[in-house]
Design a protein around this ligand. Structure first.
Ligand code: ADP
Ligand code: MG
Length: 683
């Protein structure tokens, strides 16, 4: 593995290096594993009347007239016009007067660019120009499309990747030969190269299959290692169930559902059993997992021990902390929660660490800052991770190693079928909350096109007038040249103009932690009425007064993710609504979104989604957020997952510690994988 900085590549200095870091790429190795998000295949040119505004299209033909150049303030504008039997399109370039030599009357070209309406005329802006032969050549190759950031575009990333591939040292194959043969897996170095630059779809699938196999393989080896460590471990924390907890439960403003009661019973049994708890609590969004965590933490606190609750985002951690503080105040519970997050000042952190160390704090809530070295716990007996799918095996392991083998409980809303859950969480017992609180009104859904926006804004305005709040989700933070999608910054501006007298704010992952917290707090307090956000609000956030979830570019999100987003509303007593704006014109999209329109049930959605997408559907939209896999998708790659699981079992049966000569490289690779997974935590 090449741990040299990306700055060691030609053409990447400090500035570009920083931009790469924004994308999570600091080393050459990171770059090699920065896989494309999609692949652009150059398509056959279209008839001009097939062009639609806002699409990136390709047309070809013979120019009827020479291109003309005009000066417009300080810009040289060169225009040409292309006509076929179906219509005419204007072509425009800025400050490229030399193109006049190319764009002469009677010459044949292929133009590929973004289509807009200008002065009510169909116009292609700054299209790329190809000769017939040149275009035929690019049509033969698929071009990678990477996730980008402002100032660092697709071309620059592709070039850097190509360079990294050129200068890389080949990795030694670590996958046992037998497995590679049996499953016809590509060689590792080949796979890495062709996931970036496949000649065609077949080659891409071949490369991808190998890398997916690897992801599952290493992950499951890691899980097995955890399982072994955990199985039948006697716990030093044998708890007495506290009557205070029972009292609190009976005085809550609602009655626990039967499913919650059953799971609570399992948790309580674990805590008092004498064996260490290792339990996954799975329950759909809104099924009420948090209160179970609170009750478990309180049992722990009343037993004179500490409990920790780890959330994947600061926003969520902060929210858990605040609602717990409030609850304890309200019910006069003499236990103290503290918050530890990355964005706290050094001084705040020190104070928190001190309180943890001397046991002033009974319950510690935070992000992954909780597992950093500096936190010294005092009788840590229970560790809970919320929205577990955001955390990797390494994190799961590390948290379990803090203190003296605490009880471990993980909570997840990912609707995974039991058979898959047993594989993915092989180290854990599984409890399922399969029931929603009865007082919920089902969310009303609609899927609309962009023409409906105006109506949607009016609807939001009316809800706000009634005292409610709304989320609007955009896929992007800022405008991008390559990707056609709504962005938070521009959208918030537009909405502020449209919704007069309404407080609109934005939230996205590039904001500083503190800023995010402030915005979220103000939204929770009702000071902000409409929150325009990226998917950072996707997990866990609970603002019961919010009743509208409007999702722009809904076609860009996986169904599981849309379901999570929708789960942000319908959490209180008000009727809630989800408006999904389909900005695409692909046929499959409407079908997919219809599934969500029909149902609010996470398991049903996941299974229908799978039917539509089918195995190995990599061009469909990836489910985001399911575990730590980069390429693998636990749903569409379920068959590979099952196969790998069997193979891992077989492998470890014969060589439990991977000590055999032929497994040397595999063991080294596994160690490196786990180490990397730890290191990512300490960034
Ligand atoms: P999730 O399972 O998605 O984490 P939460 O724990 O955040 O869901 O619960 C969502 C909302 O439902 C919270 O406002 C919580 O107070 C409420 N809630 C939890 N359990 C019940 C119940 N049994 N009856 C009514 N409301 C409940
Ligand atoms: Mg939750």
């Amino acid at each position: 593995m090449n741990q040299e900085s990306v700055r060691s590549l030609k053409g990447i200095g400090d500035k570009t290096g920083k931009l790469f870091e924004k994308l999570g790429v600091s080393t050459v190795d990171d770059l090699l594993h920065y896989y494309p998000r999609a692949y652009h295949a150059y398509e056959e040119p279209k008839a001009i009347n097939e062009l639609k505004t806002d699409m990136v299209g390709t047309v070809a033909g013979v120019l009827q007239k020479d291109a003309s150049v005009r000066r417009f303030q300080n810009i040289q504008v060169i225009t040409a016009s292309l006509r076929d039997q179906t219509g005419t399109v204007q072509l425009v370039w800025y400050n490229m007067p030399f193109l006049r030599n190319t764009l002469q009357s009677g010459t044949y070209h292929v133009f590929c660019g973004k289509v807009v309406k200008k002065n009510n005329r169909l116009t292609m802006e700054q299209p790329e120009i190809y000769t017939k032969e040149g275009y035929l050549a690019v049509m033969e190759h698929m071009q990678p499309v990477y996730g980008q950031t402002k100032g660092l575009g697709n071309k620059a990333i592709s070039r850097a990747v190509a360079q990294a591939l050129d200068m890389r040292q080949m990795e030694q194959e670590y996958m046992p030969e037998g497995l590679r043969k049996k499953y016809e897996l590509a060689e590792y170095n080949f796979a890495i190269e062709h996931i970036h630059f496949p000649a065609d779809k077949q080659q891409l699938l071949f490369a991808r299959k190998r890398l997916v196999f690897d992801e599952f393989f290493l992950f499951l080896l890691g899980v097995r290692r955890l399982k072994e460590k955990r199985e039948n471990v006697r716990s030093s924390w044998v708890m007495k169930l506290s009557p205070e907890v029972k009292r609190l439960k009976e005085h809550l403003p609602y009655k626990l559902t039967q499913a919650q009661e059953a799971v609570l019973h399992e948790i309580e049994w674990d805590l008092s059993s004498g064996l260490a708890m290792n339990r996954l609590i799975q329950g759909d969004v809104g099924s009420g997992k948090t209160i179970l965590a609170v009750l478990a933490l309180l049992h722990t606190a009343y037993n004179g021990c500490q409990g920790a609750l780890m959330a994947p985002t600061e926003v969520l951690a902060k929210q858990h902390f605040e609602s717990m503080e409030q609850l304890f105040l309200q019910y006069q519970i003499p236990k103290k929660p503290v918050l530890v997050t990355g964005s706290m000042t050094a001084k705040e952190k020190r104070a928190a660490y001190e309180m943890i160390k001397n046991h002033e704090a009974d319950i510690i809530i935070g992000t992954h800052a909780l597992i950093q070295e500096k936190v010294v716990y005092n009788k840590l007996a229970l560790v809970i991770t919320d929205e577990q799918h955001r955390f990797g095996v390494g994190q799961r392991e590390m948290l379990g190693e803090k203190g003296e083998k605490p009880h471990v409980m993980v909570m997840s809303a990912t609707p995974i079928p039991r058979t898959l859950a047993i594989i993915l969480y092989g180290d854990l017992d599984i409890s399922i909350i399969d029931e929603l609180p009865a007082n919920r009104r089902p969310i009303k859904n609609c899927v609309v096109d962009t023409g409906y926006r105006k109506k949607a804004y009016d609807f939001i305005a009316r809800q706000v007038k009634e005292g409610r709040q709304a989320y609007v989700i955009c896929p992007m933070v800022e405008a991008s040249e390559m990707i056609e999608a709504e962005n938070v910054l521009d959208y918030a501006e537009t909405l502020s103009r449209e919704l007069v007298g309404v407080t609109v704010a934005c939230l996205h992952g590039k904001m500083k932690g503190r800023e995010k917290n402030q915005i979220m707090e103000r939204f929770a307090a009702g000071e902000i009425q409409v929150l325009v956000s990226t998917t950072v609000v996707e997990v866990g956030v609970n603002v019961p007064n919010a009743t509208v979830m409007m999702i722009e570019n809904a076609e860009r999100f996986g169904l599981a993710q849309l379901h999570q987003l929708r789960g942000r509303v319908g959490r209180g007593r008000y009727q809630s609504y989800c408006i999904m704006v389909n900005c695409g014109d692909q046929e499959g999209t409407q079908k997919r979104l219809d599934i969500l329109n029909r149902s609010n049930d996470g398991f049903y959605i996941a299974s229908e989604d799978l039917k539509l997408r089918g195995p190995g559907d990599i061009f469909g939209i990836r489910q985001s957020g399911d575990m730590e896999f980069q390429l693998a998708d636990i749903f569409t790659d379920a068959d590979i997952l099952k196969t790998v699981s069997e193979e891992v079992n077989g492998l470890l049966k014969g060589d439990p510690k991977l000590e055999r000569e032929e497994h040397q490289k595999l063991r080294q690779r596994l160690d490196a994988y786990l180490k990397l997974s730890y290191e990512k935590l300490n960034l």
